[in-house]
Design a binder for this molecule. Structure first.
Ligand code: GLY
Length: 336
């Protein structure tokens, strides 16, 4: 049995290092962390780690998680400021603490206590992008600034969700990196890291640090991870759903399609691009997107280079709505 690593397209920069970990007998968990670490360090990726786009106040806040499919161990950090290595810190939470998720000040404290190197994550390039699209909501950290932001948050979210200029290696402005691996022993692991939605409200956490939403791995059935509008994956428990659908007998393709169809049912005025990568228990890879032209990368131990593959497309507006969005009788009474 040879190992395999699967990643979102922006994981291309780290996938060979991840496969190398498997080649020398390392675990799936070691592999996904090694791959993710390189994406977090990539200054050209404004959706993950160093050089990520900041929140409303110009602060870069990172979310990350790991899950070990053997024993379902997991760790995550959210709204981490001042440290690049969010994925290593998520692993520390899993390995060292009797907790799963540590957020904000606590996460920065843990990073300091465990000896991670502090770093200013806001690069000049990311700051220029942040300022250029802030418009009239100029963030100065004051209560006034927050009020202005709140009053125009709908426009900001809509504008940034559809801003094609902000895509990085095929990922949207609320992009993220996903790594999944299966090692020679059949152990499966998943890692997810992101700087979250650019211009987000301070402290906002998406799906990436939420086990079951943006990340799930179970040796018995497979693994899945998400990129895109995290609030959607949070509400549908998307990564866990994909794995559970396989548990109850669906093929990988059907599990992905069903999870995407669930996302399409959400009552969400900000619904935007969603993407999932997944593997089944044997390491067979698959991926889906709401958007045409999206890809993912995969590489086995026996391959000389990674392969970029198209994602299956399940458009949000191509799915018929179920009773979930049926109008209430009171709606028609008040709007005859
Ligand atoms: N999927 C990343 C986020 O919403 O923060």
């Amino acid at each position: 049995m040879t190992g395999i690593v699967v990643a979102s397209a922006n994981g291309r920069i780290g996938i060979e290092a991840a496969v190398e970990v498997l080649r020398v007998g390392g675990s799936a968990m070691d592999a996904v962390v090694a791959g993710t670490r390189l994406v977090e360090a990539n200054p050209d990726d404004h959706t993950v780690g160093y050089s990520g786009l900041p929140n409303l106040l110009g602060e870069v806040e990172l979310d990350a998680s790991v899950m070990d499919g053997r024993g379902l161990r997991a760790g995550s950090v959210g709204a981490l400021q001042g440290y690049q290595d969010a994925i290593d810190l998520a692993r520390t939470v899993m390995d060292e603490l009797p907790h799963v998720l540590i957020g904000g000040e606590g996460a920065a404290r843990l990073a300091r206590e465990t000896g991670l190197q502090p770093k200013d994550l806001l690069t000049p390039e990311a700051e220029v992008i942040w300022r250029s699209r802030l418009g009239e909501e100029a963030a100065d950290g004051s209560d006034d600034s927050s009020r202005r932001y709140l009053s125009s948050i709908r426009e900001i979210v809509a504008r940034t969700a559809s801003d094609a200029e902000l895509t990085v290696a095929g990922e949207p402005p609320h992009g993220t990196v996903n790594f999944l691996a299966r090692d020679r022993h059949g152990d499966i692991a998943a890692a997810v890291s992101t700087s979250g939605w650019a211009w987000k409200y301070p402290g906002r956490m998406g799906d990436s640090p939420i086990i079951g939403a943006g990340n799930y791995a179970d040796n018995r059935w497979g693994a899945a991870a998400c990129t895109g509008r995290g609030e959607m994956a949070q509400r549908c428990c998307t990564a866990h759903s994909v794995v559970t659908f396989m548990r109850f007998g669906m093929s990988l393709k059907d599990a992905l399609t069903t999870a995407m169809t669930d996302l399409a049912q959400l009552d969400d005025p900000y619904a935007s691009e969603m993407n999932i990568v997944a593997i089944d228990k044997d390491g067979t890879p698959g991926a889906a997107s709401t958007t045409e032209g999206k890809t993912f990368v995969m590489m086995t131990e026996s391959m000389a280079a990674p392969e970029e593959r198209p994602r299956m497309v399940v458009p949000l507006d191509g799915v018929s709505k179920s009773t979930l969005n049926r109008p209430r009788p009171s709606d028609s009474e008040s709007n005859p």
